[in-house]
Every structure is written in C-alpha cells, then in structure tokens.
Ligand binder design. Structure first.
Ligand SMILES: [Zn+2]
Length: 225
C-alpha cells in the first residue's frame, strides 16, 4: 500500500489539528521509511518477483523489525513518547501513535500472508487484496480521497504556497502510485531501497505545506494557533 497510508495521514488532521501534516505523514508511513534502511543494512529481505501478485512484484521474505505487529506497536509507543515530550500536545501524540499502528492494519488488507505478529514467530497474516488489481485501486484511492478531503476541510491556505504545494504533493503522490502500478519492476533491491529512502522528501514537503496553511474553523474545535 502506498497512497492509502498517505491518505490516512492527511485525514488525521481532523483528529489532531495542531499537529503538522509532516508529522502525520511521517507517522502513517513510518515503518515504510524504516524498511528501506533495514533492506540496505541487510537486516530485512525482499525479493523482486514480477507476477507474484497482480499489483506488486515484491515478495516480502522477512521484515519483522519494520513490519511485525509487535514491532509496529513499539515504534508507535516511541512516537507517542517523543512527540509528547517535544510538543506537549497529548492529543497529537495519541493520533500519531494510532497512525503508526494504522500502517500495519492497512498493509494487512493488501499484503499476502507475509506480515508477522511478532519477530521470531511463524504465523504470517495478510488478506491479499493485491490479488485483485481493481480491488486494490478502489480501496486505496478511496482512502486517499477521503483523507485529502478531510485535510482540505480542516485547513485553509495562508498563501499561494499553501494551496499549490499541497496540490502538487497530491498530484505527485498519484503519479508515483500509478508509476508503480504500471511501470516496470525495480531493477534491484538496492534501487528499490534508495527510491524508498527518497520518501523522506515527501515528509519535508508535508511540513512545508502545513506551515503555509491554517486550521479552518470547524464546529467544536478551537481555532487558536
Ligand atoms: Zn508497509
């Protein structure tokens, strides 16, 4: 899953208006930001096998530190502690923790049975929506659309950057998504991992956007800040 994770990050603005979009996207995509690093370090393994699913050419051999349920919960807890410590915004910290965990459950929908519950355990789960190309598109694009519209509904542009940098990110994410769906498989695991590392730029893009947008007046929420 790709834009689905970003969609949930965008939408979480509704639950934590004072948390930057950059932090929300960082949390929702966090374990996919760790994963390329672990691939490069050789602690986690993936194989490129075109045709293994209808959607992705990847066989996820082993990724317990980034993608097992227990590990994801530990990452989430760290997120809560660090963010709460720095920002003193408990609501934001809880939303970020839930976003980190949301990643695993969204992956659970699309992945084949390759997600471990805990490192070292044999049970692997996954509902395998990737067996269906249209099913994957419908689910992921719906999540993205709902999330983006929530973000749009809860924020207003302060200036032209706030408007156009946001739309540029939305279009860019869609382009990357369709590029992955219809483009050739990655030439090597290393290339895949380095492209994965470049996702950090998307996080900075999120922080940049958020600084140029303000919280919209939404019923029942303070618009302070
Ligand atoms: Zn993932």
């Amino acid at each position: 899953m790709f834009i689905g994770h970003f969609g949930v990050g965008f939408g979480a603005k509704a639950g934590a208006p004072r948390t930057s979009l950059g932090s929300l996207l960082l949390a929702s995509q966090f374990v996919d930001l760790l994963w390329p690093l672990f691939l490069l370090l050789g602690v986690e393994r993936v194989r490129i096998m075109p045709g293994i699913t209808r959607v992705t050419p990847l066989y996820f051999e082993s990724y317990p530190i980034s993608h097992s349920l227990v590990a994801v919960m530990i990452w989430a807890l760290l997120f809560v502690i660090v963010y709460r410590g720095i920002k003193k915004y408990t609501r934001g910290a809880i939303v970020l923790g839930l976003l980190v965990i949301s990643h695993w459950f969204l992956d659970l929908i699309v992945h084949g049975p390759d997600l471990q519950l805990a490192p070292g355990t044999g049970i692997r789960v996954g509902f395998d929506l990737w067996a269906s190309f249209p099913g994957t598109l419908v689910v992921e694009i719906s999540i993205f659309a709902v999330g983006v519209s929530l973000y749009l509904g809860h924020t207003n542009a302060r200036d032209a950057v706030g408007r156009w940098a946001l739309w540029a990110l939305i279009v860019f994410l869609m382009a990357v998504y369709f590029g992955n769906l219809f483009g050739p498989p990655p030439p090597s695991v290393e290339a895949l991992a380095w492209v994965g590392q470049s996702q950090w730029l998307l996080i900075f893009w999120g922080y940049w956007i958020d600084r140029h947008r303000r919280i919209a007046h939404v019923r029942g929420e303070s618009s302070a800040q």
